[in-house]
Design a protein around this ligand. Structure first.
Ligand code: ATP
Ligand code: MG
Length: 423
């Protein structure tokens, strides 16, 4: 394949690493070309705890996706999450220079809002997203440049994270041979894949219940309003099952996926499930309902923490468009119903990546929502993921062109650039 106009998303999760390679189509949809899903190692709740394991797992996932898509990957949009993330809305105001809003005024007002956010040395701004402009107090302006007025206000959503945590993840990605084209807060990417424009303007909360974290993002009036990450996810359910049933972590995971329910009263009849006790190896039969009764309180805890988070941000009444669930744990039957009960009866649905063609079936579950969303974001920005021969390298000797086209030289190039940049 020679067409280099493809994009990529890399989701480095607590339980899995997912690489998605896709080609933007003219109608705005994404044609999925390749996907690489591998178990994650060395990541805990969005934080790198074992560099070597993370690098190897990323390489494995990228290689899988490259082989499926039959294209080389040089860069990707990379997701960031974890409870080190905080977000707040900031405002800024400037007087326009000539009674008309200029591009420089827009830059200045955004900068003044960014400057109003206290930023300790160990934190970095990940995103500053414009929610709204107002010209002479008239709100709802999306493109203020060229408008007449003396005053320009901006409302900005500013997301910050711990600099060292972000740097450690990005170094692993770079050492795996992939250039970080853009770091993206995961729920922002996920929302692109699973939340509709109508929901965004009504007011909606996206709840991505992953393995180690639950990401929350609230949108209203079509713009992001609140983001946060709760350090609990489906791994905690698996741990509870392993501990209370006295089975291995692997078996608990398997049993959860095959027989689990989010709510005890959803389990049909008196069905029994066979388990193997860890240590003794004794086989035992336990009621399927018991699995649900173990999972339910933990899921409720996660959802109550989401509710508290929304209350803390004074947002729980804004969410008229309901909630959209994503992440692997949303595949547990009954999770949407439980979420609706905890969140005072708001409508809740499980979101699956939309607007896809090509190998769309292979990414149609909520597990892929973040990876697909990252690729969608790259597509919106028109940032392509293939190796770009720098000016002058059109004349790469034919001997080396094979290495360039297969992504080997770009990886070496990315690595050298990184170590040259390191003081
Ligand atoms: N069919 C299923 N039924 C129940 N739980 C599932 C199912 N599939 C996956 N899970 C659970 O989903 C969780 C993983 O979800 P996901 O892949 O979204 O997480 P992640 O992106 O690796 O982690 P995080 O976003 O927290 O860093 C695991 O706890 C797993 O047990
Ligand atoms: Mg995730």
């Amino acid at each position: 394949m020679t067409d280099a106009a493809y994009v990529a998303g890399l989701d480095v999760g607590t339980t899995k690493i997912c690489t998605v390679i896709a080609r933007p189509s003219a109608d705005g949809s994404l044609e999925i070309l390749g996907v690489g899903l591998t178990p994650s190692r060395g990541i805990k709740r969005g934080v790198v705890v074992d560099r070597q394991h993370v690098i190897e797992a990323i390489q494995h996932s990228v290689d899988k996706a490259q082989r499926m898509a039959d294209v080389p990957l040089a860069g990707a949009y990379v997701g960031i999450t974890g409870d080190h993330i905080t977000s707040r809305n900031a405002t800024g105001r400037v007087h326009t220079t000539a009674g008309e809003v200029s591009p420089a005024d827009v830059e200045k007002v955004i900068q003044s809002a960014r400057d109003s956010v206290p930023l300790p040395a160990d934190r970095q701004i990940i995103h500053s997203i414009v929610r709204d402009f107002a010209v002479d107090g008239q709100r709802g302006v999306k493109r203020p440049v060229g408008m007449s007025g003396n005053g320009l206000d901006v409302e900005l959503h500013v997301v910050t994270g711990m600099a060292s945590v972000i740097d450690n993840l990005e170094r692993c990605v770079a050492d795996a041979g992939i250039v970080v084209q853009q770091r993206v807060l995961e729920p922002l990417a996920t929302s692109l894949a699973v939340v509709t424009d109508a929901e965004r303007s009504l007011g909606v909360v996206l709840i991505d219940i992953g393995g180690g974290t639950t990401d929350v993002a609230v949108f209203d009036d079509g713009a992001i309003r609140h983001t946060s990450a709760i350090p609990l996810g489906g791994e905690a359910v698996t741990r509870d099952l392993a501990r209370l049933l006295r089975v291995s972590h692997e078996e608990a995971e398997q049993v959860k996926r095959r027989f689990g329910y989010a709510m005890g009263d959803m389990v049909p009849g008196e069905e029994m499930v066979q388990i193997t006790e860890v240590g003794t190896g004794a086989e035992e039969r336990v009621p399927r309902r018991l699995l649900a009764e173990i999972a339910q309180p933990r899921l409720e805890e996660i959802l109550y923490l989401v509710k508290e988070d929304l209350r803390g941000a004074r947002l729980h009444e804004l969410i008229t468009g309901g909630a959209v669930l994503s992440g692997g744990t949303s595949q547990l039957d009954g999770t949407a119903r439980l979420a609706s009960e905890v969140l005072d009866g708001i409508p809740v649905r499980v979101g699956r990546p939309r607007n896809l063609s090509g190998l769309a079936d292979s990414v149609s579950t909520p597990v892929y929502a973040t990876g697909v969303g990252l690729a969608m974001m790259a597509s919106q920005d028109g940032t392509f993921a293939g190796p770009v021969a720098p000016a002058g390298t059109a004349a790469i000797p034919s001997r080396l062109r094979h290495w360039w086209e297969h992504g080997i030289l770009p990886r070496i190039d990315a690595y050298l650039q990184r170590i040259w940049k390191t003081p």
